[in-house]
Design a protein around this ligand. Structure first.
Ligand code: PHB
Length: 390
């Protein structure tokens, strides 16, 4: 009698303990290398908020295996990201990598190729990133997708003479290249292209130079997290009263930064992949959940790369029945399509890049807060830089 009780007790204890005592082959490790400190810490915070929310909503067991995430901070430094990814691959034996900003995503690419493990790019917006390894797949966006859309909009809405202000790194160069090409095709003229350092930017001197060129439009790309600083200096320099129209990819009116901006930003038109005010049930629930789990944080376009990155990983693992072979996982990821809080998205089976709607949005005040209101939708937009190479 006593013995059978003991056996039952041990069996129950083993069952309860199962998730932690799971055998190595029952755990799938996802190594996440993001910028949690340094210049782009705001970006890492949003990406991780998306990752964590997805797991909270969908649990941590897929195809009978437990998903374990291991988070590492690259401190906004590519070399650090590379070293951390190397450790994740060699020591922690991760099955999948989920990475953030462009420099880190590029630095890790050769490691993903060598180890033959998927590198899910959750933040980077530089077109060329997906070409650095056949094991890279992107759930974020490209600057080209947005810059092309806003160039066409500007050209059709009377803009003739533009000065470009770009953050001086790869995604900035891409925003400039795609915008310049499309804007000129639309009959516009680029008066000047001004590059601002990525780290600790002071926009004031660059804004003065932009004003001196006497443009009718200012096209600006700064990364998420720098938009509020930019907006402040834009107003201090009197741009809001100058009649010069501010446009750009969605980063310049980042939902994360909008609540801290002044009403001078009302009316600014941008092209972006996501707006916190996107009108769908799924998005309303998403915005509420991110807010609740992160001390009032407003979901932005960066968070979606993390959220959808985890969706892609879960969906691929379901399809492979939990098999983690890199080539098998990549095949399962290609061509996947699903509904995201941003709208319908899919993975281009040829380029492994994301196909998504791009929205033309205008800053408006809703219920006392600034939001990007969608005024037009371009459906199923591919990365234009890759399309142009074909
Ligand atoms: C990037 O890493 O490519 C990146 C990061 C933040 C942005 C845009 C692009 O807002």
């Amino acid at each position: 009698m006593e013995r059978s009780f003991l056996v039952a007790a041990i069996a129950i204890a083993m069952l309860l303990g199962a998730p932690h005592g799971a055998r190595a082959q029952d755990v799938i490790k996802v190594g996440l290398v993001h910028s949690m400190t340094g210049g782009l810490a705001a970006v890492g915070k949003q990406a991780l908020a998306g990752v964590r929310l997805y797991m909270e909503q969908h649990g941590d067991v897929v195809a009978g295996k437990r998903i374990e995430i291991i988070v590492r901070d690259d401190a906004t430094v590519a070399d650090m990201g590379k070293r951390l990814a190397q450790e994740l691959i060699v020591n922690d034996k991760v099955n999948i990598l989920g990475v953030g900003i462009t420099p880190t995503a590029m630095a890790i690419a050769p490691l993903a190729t060598e180890a033959k493990i998927p590198e899910v790019v959750m933040v980077s917006g530089t077109s060329a990133v997906t070409e650095r390894s056949p094991y890279i797949v992107r759930t974020s966006f490209t600057l080209g997708q947005q810059s092309l859309a806003i160039a066409d909009w500007a050209a059709k809405n009377g803009s003739k003479r533009t000065v470009i202000v770009q953050s001086d790194w790869a995604p900035g160069a891409e925003a400039t290249a795609v915008f310049t090409d499309a804007y000129k095709r639309g009959g516009g003229e680029i008066l000047d292209t001004i590059k601002v350092p990525l780290a600790n930017p002071d926009f004031a001197p660059f804004l003065q130079r932009a004003k001196d060129a006497n443009p009718d439009t200012l096209f600006v790309f700064v990364p998420a997290g720098q938009a509020a600083t930019f907006a402040k200096q834009f107003v201090e320099r009197g741009f809001d009263k100058s009649g010069i129209r501010l446009i750009g990819p969605g980063d310049i009116t980042d939902d994360n930064d909008l609540p801290g901006m002044s009403d001078a930003m009302i009316g600014v038109v941008t092209a972006g992949l996501y707006s916190a005010s996107h009108d769908s049930q799924m998005n309303k629930a998403y915005v509420e959940a991110i807010k609740k789990a992160n001390n009032g944080l407003r979901a932005n376009f960066i968070s979606l790369g993390g959220y959808d990155g985890m969706h892609l990983i879960y969906a691929a693992l379901k399809k492979t029945g939990g098999k983690t072979d890199g080539d098998v996982l990549m095949a399962a990821m290609k061509g996947r399509a699903w509904e995201s809080p941003r709208g319908p998205i899919s993975i281009d089976p040829e380029t492994r890049d994301i196909i998504q709607n791009i929205y033309i949005r205008k800053v408006e005040k809703i219920g006392g807060e600034l939001y990007n209101t969608e005024i037009a939708t371009l459906e199923g937009v591919r990365d234009p830089s890759k399309a142009a190479k074909k």
